[in-house]
Design a protein around this ligand. Structure first.
Ligand code: HQG
Length: 183
């Protein structure tokens, strides 16, 4: 396996464990989503995934979306967004969003979104981005991309909270269809 294939494989594995199913390797995340790095490495090895501390730090540092963060003391790691696992709250501080944020989706979902608004699905939040280029690449993961404009400022004025993840992804609750502009 090439170095870049190896780091992508480790990044995908860490996304699975740190966002969705830590129990796969018998790991428990703390209430803010942190895992002890030594324990993660030991438990991953027991499940046939050999990750050295160096490789793990390389994946965190080089990750294209900075998906993972290491604690200030260097001992713990967590995913910066994208969680579905129960019992984890990143404890992000609510912030005022810009007037408009974007959501990238696929054309096959737009009829349902027109009907129901945006829903988090299995994740804890609806994910929004500050720019349309990012929204297009998010939408492309699901099919033909469509970019929706979300009136975040107006929604915030109505009392809905917004958070900005450590890696620049905007997170919020369900978005009512009245605050969505379709192309
Ligand atoms: C869609 C990636 C039907 C929604 C990205 C999306 C992001 C609806 C899909 C992060 C709907 C859920 C999250 C409704 C929403 N009816 N479909 N009412 N409301 N949807 O993957 O936002 O690379 O759970 O539009 O960059 O695509 O993994 O969410 O298409 O930041 O780090 O339901 O994942 O980050 O899909 O992506 P997802 P997402 P990473």
């Amino acid at each position: 396996m090439s170095d870049s294939n190896r780091t992508v494989a480790v990044s995908k594995f860490l996304s699975l464990i740190l966002r969705h199913s830590p129990g796969t390797i018998g790991l428990t995340l703390d209430q803010n989503g942190w895992a002890d790095i030594d324990e993660l490495i030991t438990r991953a090895a027991r499940h046939g995934k050999r990750i050295t501390p160096e490789l793990l730090r390389e994946v965190v540092a080089d990750n294209d979306k900075r998906r993972f963060a290491i604690s200030d003391d260097g001992k713990r790691i967590r995913a910066s967004q994208g969680h579905s696992v129960a019992g984890v709250d990143l404890a992000l501080v609510p912030v005022t969003p810009p007037p408009v944020l974007y959501h990238g989706t696929a054309s096959r979902f737009t009829a349902s979104i027109r009907d129901q608004g945006l829903i988090p699905g299995s994740r804890h939040h609806v994910h929004l981005s500050a720019d349309t280029a990012t929204a297009i690449s998010v939408g492309q993961r699901h099919g033909v991309p469509v970019v929706l404009a979300v009136q975040a400022g107006a929604l915030h004025e109505q009392g809905q909270q917004f958070y900005l993840s450590d890696n620049g992804v905007w997170l919020t609750g369900p978005v009512d269809k009245r605050f969505i502009t379709f192309p």
